[in-house]
Structures are given as C-alpha cells and as structure tokens.
Design a protein around this ligand. Structure first.
Ligand code: PMP
Length: 382
C-alpha cells in the first residue's frame, strides 16, 4: 500500500469523527430548521454543539461561526459578499497576494473585471509576503486585505498576525484563509486580529464538503458581508440551504479533537520532518527546499531534487508513496505551480519539485521507509 503523503490536499477522516457522524446520520434525522417537532430540535442541538466546538477552537463567540460547504465558499462569501458595502461606500480597492488559493485569487479577479481595483503582492524567494509591502498599499478607498495564514504548496507561514495588528488602526477589513493552519497552529490562529476567517473541515481530519466562515463582530456588529446565494434564512441568511447536520457535527468533532490534541500533533509531525531531513542529508542527492524552512509548518515539505523530473518521480514512486507537485485544485494542468513561480523560482527547478505533507495519524516508520524508496528511485533517475 502506498503511504498517503498529500494531507495538504485532503486529510483522511478521523475514525472518531466518522463514528460520531454515522451516529448522527442514524439518529438525528431532522432538519435543524424544523420547528414543529422534536426531530428538528434534536438536529438543531447537534448543530449548535458543533458551532460551540468550532468557537472554542478559535476562541470566538458561537454567533460568529457560520457553516458553509468549504473554504472555497467561505472565501467567496467573505470577498464577493462585500460588493454591496463597497459600492455604497466607494471602497473598491482590494489587496491580496499572488500565492493565495484560487478560491481567493479568482474571486478577486472576478471583482476586478467588474470595476474593483486590485493590488496583488508577491513573496520573495523565502515564500513569505512582506507585511510592510501589504500595509504600504493601503489607501483611503481600501475595502479589504486578504492574506492566507499558511500556504498550501510550501507550508510557509505568512505574517498575518502583524498585518492584522496594523490594520486595526485603519478602517480596512482583513480576511484570512486559514485552511492550512486551522486546528494545527491553534494558538497562532487565535492571536490573529481578523474580521473574517475561512477554513475547510477536511484539512483537519473532518469530513469533506463542510467549512466555516468566521465573522468577527465589532461593537456588536458583524462585518458588512451579504449572502451571495439566495434561498432560506439558514446561517442568518449568510449561507442559505439546508444545514448538513452530520457534516456540521463532524466538523465540530474534528475541531474538538484538534483542540485537545494539537500539541501532540505538532510534535508528531515535527518528529517526522526531522527524520525526513536526516534521510535527505544522508542521500547523495542535490536538493534544496522551496521556501524558508524557518517559517515552514512541521507537516509540509516542498522539495526540489535537482535534475529529477517530479512528474516522472511521482509516477515511479506511486506504489510507495503518494505525493504531489502542487495544489490538487490545479493539478489537472501541467503548468508549473503559480505559487513557486510567484516566489521567483526557475521553471526547471519547479519541474523538479514535489510537495510532501503528512498529519497527526501518519505512521513515522512507514513514511520513512517509503521516503527511502523515493530517494533511491530519484538517484536512479539522475
Ligand atoms: N484555501 C486553501 C489554502 C486551501 O489549501 C484549500 C484547499 N486546497 C482551499 C482554500 C479550498 O478548500 P476546499 O476545496 O475544501 O473548498
């Protein structure tokens, strides 16, 4: 069996989460918005318990937690949902970065076509955006700054704490895509001063198809975000549609587990990284990392093995381990990674780069064995 090392694309569901969801599917069959019977009330209780679990992980209030179908939708609501406010207040300038997930980048570009002004800031070779560069771009008509916490391809942590702190003095909304950090960098996420934050449950071993948008209140008022879909009044109208009770329950459970276990998980993923780095050091391969490792999360490695095609390497090592060479959302195209390009990495280096990502339940020994095989095969390919 191939060892799964593509957790940044999606992580396997935690068995405790799955068991809990099955129980909900079997026993809580009502619609959480049905008011006329106990089935509805029971389902509502499940949803509200999950909302509290998410709120507790993030240290926000429960009424600041909105369930969506995933980070893509959360990002879309956070950005597109500001359109009306932007137009009314003549604040149509958005600042973001060239390494955001497409769910942010494409949404911002869509607004640009509709007359918004967009500034896109790129990182340097370290993979990190300069907080100062973001802040110098802020103008009187700036509506929104959207910067991700951890990049999905490189694992590089962005200076969102500093940006959030500084933006507090300005009348600018701050959105953070925390899809790769939520439940992992728990204390760091809590410290960020954001107005809106997005994530998907499946990256923290919850189910696919459920996500969260956190909207922080200021003086008892939510940010001026409007729904982008029309329908019912679910999630206070911000995300209409029947609430998927079992998915929401799974999301809450995953958050609860992450809150209890994040310190252990951090150490476990870091221990795996240390061993992988040792194996690399002892190999005769020429390699380097994409992104400054000082700022990298312990569960991701973006590695360039010089002179070895990543496509060929991935195919040849498929039976041992499953890695990737970019985000799954864009992996159907063979175009070089736009994230690595934005960092100024040469195309031939990008073609030799792979992303390895692992998680709390990754077996260290199995991973190291499969990684040894990968290194052996890479050597033969030189
Ligand atoms: N943002 C980031 C940083 C991500 O890594 C992903 C998933 N690759 C998304 C947003 C989108 O998440 P989903 O596909 O679950 O909507």
């Amino acid at each position: 069996m191939s060892v799964y090392l593509d957790y940044n694309a999606t992580a396997p569901i935690d068995e405790r989460v799955l068991d809990f969801m099955i129980d909900v599917y079997k026993n809580d069959i009502g619609n959480a918005d049905s008011r006329t019977h106990n089935f509805g009330e029971k389902a509502r209780n499940v949803v509200e318990t999950a909302r509290k679990q998410v709120a507790s992980l993030l240290q926000v209030n429960s009424d600041e937690v909105f369930f969506t179908s995933g980070a893509t939708e959360s990002n879309n609501i956070a950005i597109q949902g500001l359109r009306e406010y932007a137009e009314k207040n003549n604040k149509k300038h958005i600042i973001t970065t060239s390494i955001e997930h497409k769910a942010v980048l494409e949404t911002v570009k869509h607004l640009e076509k509709e007359g918004f002004e967009v500034d896109i800031v790129s990182p340097d070779i370290s993979g990190r955006i300069s907080a100062e560069e973001i802040l110098t771009k802020v103008k009187d008509n700036t509506l929104l700054v959207s910067v991700m916490h951890v990049n999905n391809e490189t694992g590089i942590i962005q200076p969102v704490e500093e940006i959030g702190e500084k933006l507090q003095e300005r009348n600018v909304l701050f959105h953070v895509d925390a899809t790769q950090s939520c439940g992992k960098l728990v204390e760091e996420v809590r410290k960020i001063k954001y107005n809106m934050l997005s994530f998907s449950a499946h990256k923290l071993m919850g189910p696919q198809g459920i996500g969260v948008l956190i909207l922080r209140k200021k003086a008892y008022k939510l940010p001026p975000v409007k729904n982008i879909l029309y329908g019912g009044q679910q999630e206070h109208g911000i995300r209409p549609g029947t609430i998927p009770v079992a998915l929401v329950a799974g999301c809450g459970k995953a958050c609860e587990i992450a809150q209890n276990e994040y310190k252990r998980n951090y150490e476990h993923t870091q221990a795996i990284k240390i061993e992988i780095l040792k194996l690399l050091k002892d190999s005769d391969l020429q390699y380097h990392f994409n992104g400054d490792q000082e700022f990298c999360v312990p569960s991701t490695l973006n590695l360039c093995i010089e002179g070895v095609s990543s496509e060929a390497l991935m195919i040849s090592t498929k039976q041992f381990c499953s890695v990737s060479n970019g985000s799954a959302c864009t992996s159907k195209s063979y175009a070089p990674s736009y994230v690595l390009m934005a960092m100024g990495i040469a195309e031939e280096e990008i073609e030799s780069s792979i992303r390895i990502s692992w998680g709390p339940d990754t077996d260290k020994e199995e991973t190291l064995c499969s990684f040894k095989e990968l290194l052996c095969i890479a050597k033969q390919m030189k």
